[in-house]
Design a binder for this molecule. Structure first.
Ligand code: NAD
Ligand code: ZN
Ligand code: ZN
Length: 351
């Protein structure tokens, strides 16, 4: 089996933040006893990967670094302690690569909060390479009938928005405003929200994103933040009351300071997007007397992962994505920086 695994592989590597990203050959890593080596077929490109390259978050990453954390592929090798996943199985590498398993948070299945968590494409090398290591306990199990290119974005964007929608406490029939609906997380959020029985009100900019949200993703309304007064428009579309929940996915500070104004009384604002150096703020008086909840939501645990994949497997999630080659990562980053990506980009990792 090991004979089929090459010594060298193609990868996208950077030595320092904002420095050159080099597409080059590097050694294929060897899995430790509790690890799995996944031959990555496709990897999504998340805005987090752009933050990692820029180094604009207050969290140090490994350097040099291979980014990426939405990798779908085939198990190529397993460590000697791994018994429940085998060579040839389909598997996914997600943001949470591993966790200690023993802290209070891990014991309560809140492993994203583990202080010793390993983060793919951030504190350990990620999926912008052909062979990537994941801790067996955390590798996502992907059913064989699911297409590996389409499932890749679910491994971060899908899990994250599914979890955020659950955290919002919204119930079927409620209106959920999705801010940043035309991006990678947003396009999947529209689909998960619809599958969960919510009325989707999409907020983003431009006609191409409008067309996708309304005609492909199942949103009932679209508010264009570049042209409209978002607060007035959302209130107008919700009988003056506002949305039951707001899911903030935009990489921009303004929505984080505006969302409580278009959230319904007793509603919940869920913060997910991570714009650099941004602050959340809201006026105290209306937040108190309208009983608004403001909370954060961070990826999902292993059960959220399997549930998010199950929605996809059942055919309920179908968000458009574009495909490029692993060698074209820099071009994808440029489009992402300019806010020009409609939905998600997925990179084909075959050389
Ligand atoms: P993306 O670039 O694909 O999408 C962002 C979208 O926000 C774009 O469509 C953009 O047009 C839109 N936008 C920008 N300003 C806006 C505004 N004022 N109002 C409405 N929309 C606006 O990015 P992505 O990959 O979807 O990631 C989004 C953010 O979520 C990033 O900061 C990423 O790091 C973060 N993230 C967080 C988690 C988590 O667990 N909390 C997980 C994954 C990603
Ligand atoms: Zn991500
Ligand atoms: Zn832990």
């Amino acid at each position: 089996m090991a004979g089929q695994i090459p010594e060298l592989q193609w990868a996208q590597v950077f030595e320092k933040n904002n420095g050159p990203i080099e597409y080059k050959q590097i050694p294929v890593p060897k899995p430790g006893p509790d690890e799995v080596l996944v031959n990555i077929k496709y990897t999504g490109v998340c805005h987090t990967d752009l933050h990692a390259w820029k180094g604009d978050w207050p969290l140090d990453s490994k350097l040099p670094l291979v980014g990426g954390h939405e990798g779908a592929g085939v198990v190529a090798a397993v460590g000697e302690l791994v018994t429940d996943i085998k060579v040839g199985d389909h598997a996914g590498i997600k943001w949470l690569n591993g966790s200690c398993g023993a802290c209070d948070f891990c014991m309560a299945s809140d492993e994203p909060l583990c202080a010793h968590a390993l983060l793919s494409g951030y504190t350990v090398d990620g999926t912008f390479q052909q062979y990537c290591i994941g801790k067996a306990a955390h590798v996502a199990r992907i059913p064989k009938e699911v297409k590996l290119d389409a499932i890749a974005p679910v491994l971060c964007a899908g899990i994250t928005v599914y979890k955020a929608l659950k955290e919002s406490g919204a119930r079927s029939g409620n209106t959920v405003a999705i801010t940043g609906a035309g991006g990678g997380l947003g396009s999947l959020a529209c689909q998960y929200a619809k599958a969960m029985g919510f009325r989707v009100l999409a907020i983003d900019g431009g006609d191409e994103k409008k067309e996708m949200c309304l005609n492909k993703l199942g949103a009932e309304d679209y508010v264009d933040f570049t042209k409209q007064d978002v607060v007035a428009a959302v209130k107008d579309l919700t009988g003056g009351l506002g949305a039951h929940a707001v899911i903030l996915l935009a990489v921009s500070e303004k929505p984080f300071q505006q969302a409580t104004e278009y959230c319904r009384s007793r509603g919940t604002v869920v913060c997910v997007g991570l714009p650099a150096k941004a602050r959340i703020s809201a006026e105290v008086f209306p937040t108190v007397v309208r009983m608004i909840t403001i909370k954060g939501s961070y990826v999902g645990n292993r059960l959220d992962t399997q549930e998010a994949i199950d929605f996809f497997k059942r055919g309920l999630i179908n968000a458009p994505f574009k495909t490029a080659k692993l060698s074209e990562l820099k071009e994808v980053f440029k489009l992402m920086e300019e806010g020009k990506i409609v939905g998600r980009y997925v990179l084909d990792c075959s050389a």
